[in-house]
Write a protein that binds this ligand. Structure first.
Ligand SMILES: Nc1nc2c(ncn2[C@@H]2O[C@H](COP(=O)(O)OP(=O)(O)OP(=O)(O)O)[C@@H](O)[C@H]2O)c(=O)[nH]1
Ligand SMILES: [Mg+2]
Length: 328
């Protein structure tokens, strides 16, 4: 491995020289302040350096600046992607915070603020009476669509809104009964739509409702035949669309789900079952990378308690602090 020295007046300049010479995946071995500015010692990533630790096991060298390393480690453990963390690091290098060594007290808060700025939240799903008046919950099987719908319905009713619930999920009769039980409990009208024509008629019937929530059948993202039918129904109802995605879904699987459901025109995403994962960052990072908006986080089975509006700063703080509790 060829180690090279890069000196510049500022650390960002030195790192820019490293990237120019050794690529984006350069292995940064040392970053140090010098009299004239900063010195960075780095090498090309493909000449992978694998020093041995005391037990003789190979250890990887850092790909982060030394100041950012501890935060990157925590966020990686949380599931945050290298792409997103690289963007955060890059933004931090443009600030006055000291990235040459760990311990600048301003760094964690600033890093959280930068990450929070990348997480788009969509609070209007709950309160907007125009675009989100008729909202369909879609997603893979068993992710918590019906439970989330019940939570949203209860919150809307508690805000004093007139709520109606319609289900398009006639695939399982048990699904209808599950939602009917919620609707009865909430004392809100409940109807079943078997066809797009049914849906149009029912929406007409509930024209005076402030909010109409639609449940849909869980779809495997690999079931290509199911999507056009669902899309047709949602178009017929001019519905806004909320994708429910389990927070513990791995990045690659998130990609598969989003590829399948994005053609429906997703207005926002709700991350469910946040309480069941220690690494929700993979799902969050996927949304950031796709530019999708996060509206809610579901934190348990309890209706209506276990749902919160997505709070980007709370998520970012959790990512860098490794908190695993309720966020927002
Ligand atoms: N731990 C936890 N469980 C949840 C959460 N949301 C839903 N569940 C549970 O997940 C299971 C499935 O929930 P449903 O709401 O029926 O899921 P669904 O997406 O409607 O399922 P299908 O209609 O069959 O596709 C139930 O046992 C729920 O209580 C959550 O945020 N955390
Ligand atoms: Mg359901």
């Amino acid at each position: 491995m060829m180690l090279k020295r890069f000196e510049a007046k500022t650390l960002p300049d030195a790192l820019a020289a490293v990237r120019a010479a050794c690529g984006d995946d350069a292995l940064v071995v040392e970053t140090r302040a010098t009299r004239g500015g900063f010195l960075v010692v780095a090498a090309r990533a493909e000449t992978t350096l694998k020093p041995r630790d005391q037990a003789g096991n190979a250890t990887a060298l850092s790909k982060w600046t030394r100041g950012f390393q501890p935060l990157a480690d925590k966020a990686t453990d949380f599931g945050m992607s290298t792409t997103v963390l690289r963007a955060v690091e890059k933004a931090l290098l443009g600030t006055r915070v000291d990235m040459s060594r760990p311990g600048d007290p301003a760094l964690p808060n600033l890093a959280s603020r930068v990450l929070a700025a990348l997480v788009h939240t969509e609070p209007r799903v709950e309160t907007a009476v125009d675009h989100f008046r008729t909202l369909a919950l879609v997603g893979p099987t068993g992710v918590g669509k019906t439970t989330t719908l019940a939570k949203l319905a209860a919150r809307a009713r508690d805000r004093g809104e007139r709520v109606a619930i319609i289900t398009l999920d006639t695939y399982r009769m048990a699904a209808v009964e599950q939602l009917r039980a919620f609707a009865d409990l909430l004392a809100v009208p409940f109807d079943v739509a078997f066809t797009a024509t049914d849906l149009r008629r029912l929406l007409q019937q509930h024209a005076d409702a402030d909010r109409v929530l639609l449940d849909t059948t869980g779809k495997s993202p690999r079931d290509r035949d199911a999507m056009p039918l669902l899309e047709g129904n949602l178009r017929a109802g001019k519905c806004a669309t909320l994708l429910c995605l389990a927070a513990g879904t791995r990045a690659r699987d998130c990609g598969v789900v989003l590829d399948a459901f994005e053609p429906l025109g997703l207005d926002a995403v709700c991350l469910t079952k946040w309480d069941e994962t220690v690494a929700p960052g993979e799902a969050v990072a996927t949304l950031v990378e796709r530019g999708l908006r996060l509206s809610h986080i579901c934190t348990g089975q309890e209706v209506p308690a276990d749902i919160v509006g997505a709070d980007a700063m709370a998520i970012a703080t959790a990512a860098f602090d490794c908190e695993r509790g309720v966020h927002a």
